[in-house]
Design a protein around this ligand. Structure first.
Ligand code: APR
Ligand code: PHB
Length: 389
């Protein structure tokens, strides 16, 4: 087989890239290790920056989002019972869109199917070859049959545990990592959200987040120990702990119900440099990971996809290679800003086991400065709604 771009990974990065390339007349094949049902079974965050929404519109994949999503013009931060709002509208005149990332992936799969996009599921032994040449190729196995695809370029959209990043030689890669000493225990419940806006809560018992998917589906998280287990948490135990961490007036109006999903996720910051090697280009979680506090995972993958699809389009349309040559530098410039914001929000709002009384005072002073200073709130708002591409 031959195609122009082989895309490894059928998550949001790979699907969005394939759709945008298709819109620009560029052929691609997506290789996905899992089944479509498995990919769509993943519960992910639900905050979309305007840049991602614009990309989905450019890709022709925003119709359901426009019908079902809702806009948030601010968020709430709390410290014990003290709470304050930060207005995105006042500081940036830009909202964020609340729409499950799983729904984004579902819409992308539907769009690829409607366009006759080529996606191979349950692929095994995906291996990249000759990425440094001008004739790279990918081999893999599907249904016991060995296959080969010759291509012009390879896009590594296969997430943190994929094969693309490690196809770049170890002595070429520079990896930066921070593993946080806690996780997030999250639940999904068919209950109305406790608040019209998200509540990011810092408390002496740890962090909590009150989020949502729609008016009837809520998403809540509490910080938990790294070695904690979902089995340790009954629904009642979760709700009781959440109420202890959010402001009393929110706890008093919280409507609880059975969890329809419950899971624990670890938190890490990670960046691989460079994000390209020969004709291999990394996008999304294949190249970088953020703690979910700033809701930057998919939104940073989106800017990677934006840069790469424009670079590939310029190459095929006019032979212009400047976008491809500068992809890694361009993408990393925005990646590191998202890493900084996600690390800062995580450091601001979580309890760290080794925190000294002085550290706690610094954390409280940081939150008080944020509460009382317009410019500090503006900086948070600019980062949260999404820095420019
Ligand atoms: N071969 C083929 N596919 C693979 C391989 C492989 N060797 N390894 C991983 N994959 C697939 C995974 O099964 C997954 O579906 O690559 C896909 C990667 O998808 P994600 O992990 O969701 O990463 P990405 O598409 O970059 O999404 C970025 O979006 O889903 C949100 O917040 C989430 O941070 C994440 C962001
Ligand atoms: C979510 O709704 O899952 C969510 C929202 C905001 C975050 C993280 C997760 O910062």
């Amino acid at each position: 087989m031959k195609t122009q771009v082989v895309i490894i990974g059928g998550g949001p990065s790979g699907l969005l890239l394939s759709q945008l390339l298709d819109k620009n007349g560029i052929d691609s094949i997506v290789l996905e290790r899992r089944t479509k049902a498995h990919v769509l079974g993943r519960i992910r965050a639900g905050i979309l920056e305007v840049g991602l929404v614009n990309l989905l519109r450019e890709a022709g994949v925003a119709d359901r989002l426009d019908r079902e999503a809702f806009l948030h013009e601010g968020t709430i931060l709390s410290f014990e019972d003290m709470q304050f709002g930060i207005s995105f509208k006042e500081h940036t005149d830009t909202p964020v869109t609340v729409y499950g990332q799983t729904e984004v992936t579902r819409d992308l799969y539907a769009a690829r199917a409607a366009a006759g996009g080529k996606i191979e599921f349950t692929t095994e032994n995906v291996t990249l070859h000759d990425a440094r040449s001008d004739a790279p190729y990918v081999t893999y196995t599907v249904d016991g049959e060995d296959r080969r695809i010759d291509c012009d370029f390879i896009a590594g959209c296969d997430g943190f545990h994929g094969v693309s990043r490690t196809s770049i030689p170890e002595d070429v890669r520079r990896e930066y990592e921070k593993i946080y000493p806690f996780g997030w225990l999250g639940i999904l419940s068919e209950t109305p959200p406790v608040s019209d806006e998200l509540i990011y809560a810092c408390s002496s018992r740890g962090f909590a987040l009150c989020s949502m998917r729609n008016a009837h589906l809520s998403r809540y998280y509490i910080q938990c120990d790294l070695d904690d287990q979902v089995e340790n948490w009954s629904d009642d135990a979760f709700w009781s702990e959440l109420k202890r961490r959010i402001p009393r007036e929110a706890a008093d109006r919280l409507l609880t119900g059975p969890s329809i999903e419950k899971s624990i996720a670890p938190l890490r910051s990670f960046v691989c440099e460079p994000m390209q090697w020969g004709r291999l280009f990394l996008c999304g979680d294949a190249a970088h990971i953020v703690p979910p506090t700033g809701a930057k995972g998919l939104n940073t993958a989106a800017s990677d996809v934006h840069y790469l699809h424009r670079a590939l389009t310029a190459y095929y349309r006019s032979g212009d290679e400047t976008g491809l040559a500068g992809y890694s530098e361009k993408a990393l410039a925005r990646v590191w800003k998202a890493e900084r914001f996600s690390w800062w929000m995580t450091s601001l709002l979580h309890r760290f086991p080794d925190q000294t009384p002085f550290d706690l005072k610094m954390q409280q002073a940081e939150i008080e400065f944020l509460r009382s200073n317009r410019e500090a709130q503006s900086v948070l708002a600019q980062n949260y709604v999404g820095l420019p591409y």
